[in-house]
Design a protein around this ligand. Sequence first.
Ligand SMILES: NC(=O)C1=CN([C@@H]2O[C@H](COP(=O)(O)OP(=O)(O)OC[C@H]3O[C@@H](n4cnc5c(N)ncnc54)[C@H](O)[C@@H]3O)[C@@H](O)[C@H]2O)C=CC1
Ligand SMILES: CC(C)CC(=O)C(=O)O
Ligand SMILES: [Mg+2]
Length: 359
Amino acid sequence: MTQKILVLPGDGIGPEITAQASRILAACQAQGLDVEVEEGLVGGSAYDVHGEPLPAETLEKAKAARAILLGAVGGPKWDTLEDLGKRPEKGLLGLRKNLGLFGNLRPAITYPQLADASSLKPELVAGLDIMIVRELTGGIYFGQPRGIEERDGQRVGFNTYVYSESEIERIGRVAFEMAQKRGKKLCSVDKANVLEVTILWREVMERLAPEYPDVELSHMYVDNAAMQLVRAPKQFDVMVTGNMFGDILSDAAAMLTGSIGMLPSASLNESGQGMYEPCHGSAPDIAGQGIANPLATILSVAMMLRYSLDEPALAKRIEDAVGKVLDDGLRTADIASEGTRTVSTAEMGDAVLAAFESL
Ligand SMILES: NC(=O)C1=CN([C@@H]2O[C@H](COP(=O)(O)OP(=O)(O)OC[C@H]3O[C@@H](n4cnc5c(N)ncnc54)[C@H](O)[C@@H]3O)[C@@H](O)[C@H]2O)C=CC1
Ligand SMILES: CC(C)CC(=O)C(=O)O
Ligand SMILES: [Mg+2]
C-alpha cells in the first residue's frame, strides 16, 4: 500500500537541507519505495501565510502521513512575537504533542572519516556510537502551569517540570528495548538529588530493570553526564532522559561527531508513525548562503526508512552513501579540515545522490 510522506521544510536553512534530503527520497522511490510525497507549511513560514505556526491543514496532512520529514523552524524574524503560541517553535512542539511522538531517538555516531573534525581528540571519539533516547512530549517544555505574572510588585516567570509514572514508563521501555538491541548498557540521566520529578523518574527506571535482566542500568546526574560526555563519551551506549536534559545533551553530543549538522533524529509514537528531522535548528546565521550541512537531514531519511517504513536495506544504502562521500574527502564548511574539499549544500546533495545510485 502506498504510504504518505509529508515534507515540512520550515524556516532558515530548513528549505535548503530538506531539498537535498527530498532528492534522496525521490531516488528511493525510483528504487521501488512505494510512497506519495507532499509538502506543507510549519513554523515561521506558516505563520507568515496563515497567522499560526501549525495551521489545521498541516496538522491534518501530518496525521494522515506515515512519516514526516521536517527541516527546522524559527528565526529572528519571529523572535519578537509576544504571543509564544504564535512562535515557530510552538508549531514544532504542537506537531510532536498532537501526534504523540514521545520517543525521540538521537544517535551520535562519529564517522571514522570525521574523527579529526570532532571537538575532542580523535582517540576519544573513534568508534563512538551513542543513542540518546529523549522523552519528547512531556516534562518542562509542556508542563502546566506556565507563564509570567505579577507577584508582590514584580514579574515572575515560571514553568512546571512534571512527569507521570506512565510517561516515564513508556520512554523507559523504549530505552531498555533499544539497549537490548545494542550494547546492553542503559544510563538514565536525571537530577534526583534536587528534583522530585526525577526521583520518580529514577524509581520507575529501577522498577522496569528486572524485566530487562540482560541490560545493565546505571544512573547519572545531568551535570555529571554533560561532563562525562566530553571527558570519556565511549563509556555510554544508550542514554535515557527527559525532554529538556535530552535537548541539551544531544547538542553537546553533536560536537563529538564533528558538527550539529551530522545528528539526525527520529520521533516516534506508539504506532510507529514518526517525524524525522536533524537535531539542529534553522541556523539563521548561515541561512540562504548554500553552505549548511544537509547530512543530518539526509541521515534522518535513513532513520525514516528504518523506523517507519520498514526498509532497512535502503536505509543502510543511504548511510553507506554518506560514508562514501566522506571517504572521497567532500565536506561542508562545518566539518572541513586540512586536505578535504569544501562543498556547498547542493554539491553535498549531488555527491550523496551519486554515491547512493552507484551502490
Ligand atoms: N528543531 C528545530 O526546528 C529547532 C529550532 N531551533 C530554532 O532555530 C533558531 C536558531 O537557533 P540556534 O540556537 O542558533 O541553533 P541552531 O542549531 O540553529 O544553530 C546553532 C549553530 O549551529 C550551526 N548549524 C546548525 N545547523 C547546521 C548545519 N546543518 N550545518 C552547518 N551549521 C549548522 C549554526 O550555523 C549555528 O552557528 C532559533 O529560532 C531556535 O528556536 C533550535 C533548535 C531546534
Ligand atoms: C523548539 C525546540 C524544543 C527544538 C529543539 O531544540 C530540539 O528539539 O532539539
Ligand atoms: Mg535542541
